[in-house]
Ligand binder design. Structure first.
Ligand code: NDP
Ligand code: 8X3
Length: 256
């Protein structure tokens, strides 16, 4: 297993769910963490917790959709933090569950701006340094939704299909360099994801996971950690993981 002790890991969407769990597992393994999200107070709470393992946590409160803020934040990173070794593009969201011909322009723009454009901005700004330093790994969070579209999921599913395609293209474009690319595609994970999708409708959000045992954020973080800690000649290109109670975007075993 490759050590990630003292490596600089930048995680987007670290204020909740999967990103928060990824931060925990990397901190416990001695990595230095740059934590990105919009909610600064949530990042501060997490940093307080992580300080048990590491004092090396740098907070970057940021909206990944805001290209000029992303550019300015990344180009002005302190020297000690500027050589990012591992980029984890995890920030993402869904909004609504509507037929395409009835969908909201604003919801579409928010999903496309966050899940596709935000990921592209971070990648474009960080990967050149990895290429110059001859080291690096990009992990993108896709989804089962990027493999199989489900009714009313249209634009969200399209953004996650785009994450798969961008990951594949990035790997192709980095061939000949030692920089690795992985796309991790989970099924249902219980996080704030459905609350965000249904704009705080907790009852509706709970129904998504009702009667089945979903993945936990830590289950997904384990897989991300596995990808990153393989020997340097091994590139895990894509991982599709689901709860045992799930067999595709639309196939669930609900019981109890
Ligand atoms: P959460 O809602 O719990 O977390 C989403 C994270 O993304 C938050 O930290 C949020 O932080 C951040 N984020 C959202 N928009 C922005 C933005 N514009 N700028 C910066 N950060 C942003 O959901 P999950 O942990 O479940 O989602 C993480 C990723 O996993 C997403 O890409 C999602 O699509 C993917 N995924 C989730 C699955 C699930 O079932 N939960 C399954 C498959 C994939 P803040 O609001 O503070 O900015
Ligand atoms: C999140 C999983 O099935 O709710 O990507 O779209 S799903």
């Amino acid at each position: 297993m490759m050590s990630i002790q003292d490596q600089i890991v930048l995680i987007t969407g670290a204020s909740s769910g999967i990103g928060e769990a990824i931060a925990r597992i990397f901190a416990a393994a001695g990595a230095k963490l740059i934590l990105v999200a919009r909610r600064q107070e949530r990042l501060e709470q997490l940093a307080d917790e992580l300080h048990k393992f590491t004092s090396a946590v740098h907070l970057l409160p940021l909206d990944v959709c805001d290209r000029s803020s992303v550019e300015s934040a990344l180009t002005n990173l302190p020297d000690a933090w500027s050589s990012v070794d591992i980029l984890i593009n995890n920030a993402g969201l869904s909004r609504g569950l509507d037929k395409l011909h009835e969908g909201s322009f604003q919801d579409w723009e928010e999903m496309i701006d966050t899940n596709i454009k935000g990921l592209l901005y971070l990648t474009r700004l960080i990967v050149p340094g990895m290429v110059n330093r001859d080291r690096g790994h990009v992990v993108n969070l896709g989804s089962t939704a990027g493999h199989q579209t489900y009714p009313n999921g249209n634009v969200y599913c399209a953004t996650k299909a785009a994450v798969r395609v961008i990951s594949e293209g990035l790997k192709q474009d980095l061939l000949g360099t030692p920089v690795r690319v992985s796309c991790v595609d989970p099924g249902l994970v219980e996080t704030e994801f459905s609350q965000v999708r249904f704009r705080g409708d907790t009852e509706r959000a709970k129904q998504v996971y009702q009667g089945l045992t979903p993945l936990t954020p830590a289950d997904v973080a384990d897989v991300v950690f596995f990808c990153v800690t393989r020997p340097l000649h091994v590139n895990i290109s894509e991982v599709l993981l689901m709860p045992t109670d799930q067999a595709g975007s639309m196939l669930f075993n609900r019981h109890g």
